[in-house]
Design a protein around this ligand. Structure first.
Ligand code: UD1
Length: 425
């Protein structure tokens, strides 16, 4: 396995191009199962999660052609050759569950392994399963697999999600596009990635109303057609680099980033002494105060503060003046970065789902590792401002979600290097 060495140093200045959003690309790819016509996606990031889902789609009989230079992905599910998403492929990424709804809707049958993915809490899939049952699918759980059957097709229904779930909203929205009659999703999630998926489904011929609200109505069709679609840019990647700019000082321009999607970051960063502003073609981030100030944040479903930026924000607070409180309400057990940040000299106390972060003058480079994607990147951010060298081990997770992070950060003045990790077998 590889590791990344970071030599902490001065401010980052310049331009970083933001990639297509991983969390938009994955559901869009799953949508290819809904039609026998070809789909073409532009701005698909070259990430491990994307290749993992390509493997699953290929297993199901989808022809996949990815051009990692052009970032285009062509998918054609002319005829499905199977309906099994096996454990070996699914365990690498929780988002694999997104093939369940489209498969059962088009194929009448699906067998999908219960997912693995990031080790953040138990992360059940009960809402996906319950909602598919309400659409008329028969579902059994056995030997770690979800077996879903709807030989006569799915039927529209009123679905009330008990809580806001990005994945369940996407899965059921896709399934409902091929169901008989109308489906209404109540308490639907509102994330921009869901709007992106919905817009593409509409181009494919689906009839969907209420995207971006918590009530989505889908009128089922007997078939969908192919289309071309460009994936939205990654608000979490943009937010991560915005926080990197805030921590290191200097001025960063995040090319292609959409300020609209970063709304929840503007106010906390402003209170911390950092300005986030729209410029033609992107967003700039600039420290307005000499020192960062401690602030409180609480994660919430969109448009609240994203859980996927919680670890990065905590990293920033470790070097702010005064204290800040970070409260995680979406996932239990999403503080795996805390012990590693403490190894770098951070002062953090966790009480249940909140962490009190008292800023320190300086972090110190150390050997660290994390078992989830966002926790890993928070350690990279800490390394950017730490004294000396930080080695982030097990970068497997980082590569699931950040395209060319070493090149992008080095391009604005950071000192990162990817090395072979001899400390691991
Ligand atoms: C998606 C994102 C992930 C992000 C998360 C929350 C993708 C590929 N991943 O994950 O990066 O951190 O949204 O913004 O888009 N839950 C249940 N039962 C279910 C489904 C979810 O209890 O059937 C719970 C989860 O445990 C969690 C909450 O609902 O507490 C929200 O999770 P959800 O929005 O579903 O997250 P994902 O779609 O898995």
């Amino acid at each position: 396995m590889d590791k990344i060495r970071i030599i902490g140093g001065g401010p980052l200045n310049g331009e970083i191009e933001i990639s297509g959003a991983k969390n938009a690309a994955l559901p869009l790819m799953a949508a290819s199962l809904l039609t026998d016509q070809p789909l073409q996606f532009d701005r698909v990031p070259a990430l491990r999660d994307v290749s993992s889902l390509i493997k699953i789609l290929e297993e199901l009989g989808v022809a996949c052609a990815y051009d990692s230079q052009q970032k285009t992905l062509k998918l054609h599910a002319a005829k499905l050759s199977g309906c099994v998403a096996p454990y070996d492929l699914v365990r690498k990424m929780r988002a694999s569950i997104l093939v369940l709804g489209p498969l059962v809707a088009r194929h009448g049958e699906a067998k999908v392994s219960l997912p693995g993915g990031c080790a953040i809490g138990t992360r059940p899939v009960d809402m996906h399963i319950d909602a598919l049952r309400e659409l008329g699918a028969e579902i059994d759980l056995a030997e770690g697999y979800i077996y879903a059957r709807a030989p006569q097709g799915l039927t529209g229904a009123e679905i009330h999600f008990p809580k806001s779930s990005v994945g369940a909203t996407e899965n059921i929205m896709m399934a409902a596009t091929l169901a008989r009659g109308t489906t209404v999703l109540h308490n639907a999630a509102r994330e921009p990635e869901i709007v992106d998926l919905g817009s593409c489904l509409v181009k494919m011929g689906a009839e969907i109303k209420g995207l971006g609200t918590d009530r989505i109505t889908i009128r089922g069709k007997s078939f969908l057609r192919g289309t071309a679609h460009a994936v939205i840019t990654d608000r979490i990647e943009a937010g991560t680099f915005a926080i990197a700019g805030a921590m290191t000082g200097g001025t960063l321009t995040l090319k292609n980033a959409e300020l609209d999607h970063l709304g929840a970051l503007i106010d906390p960063l402003y209170k911390a002494g950092v300005d986030l502003a729209e410029v033609p073609g992107g967003v700039t981030v600039r420290r307005v105060n000499e020192a960062l100030r401690g602030i409180d944040i609480m994660t919430e479903p969109y448009p609240g503060f994203p859980t996927d930026l919680q670890a990065q924000m905590m990293s920033m607070l470790t070097v702010a003046t005064g204290a800040g409180m970070v409260t995680e309400t979406i996932f239990e057990n999403r503080f795996m970065h805390v012990p590693e940040l403490i190894r770098m000299g951070a002062d953090i106390t966790v009480h249940g789902s909140s962490a009190l972060v008292r800023g320190v003058k300086k972090l110190k480079g150390a050997d660290v590792m994390a078992t989830d994607l966002r926790a890993s990147v928070s350690l990279v951010l800490a390394g950017l401002v730490a004294e000396g060298a930080t080695h982030v081990h097990r970068i497997y997770h980082l590569e699931r979600g950040y395209e060319n992070i070493v090149g992008k950060l080095n391009g604005v003045g950071a000192k990162l290097e990817k090395l072979k990790d001899d400390s691991e077998g």
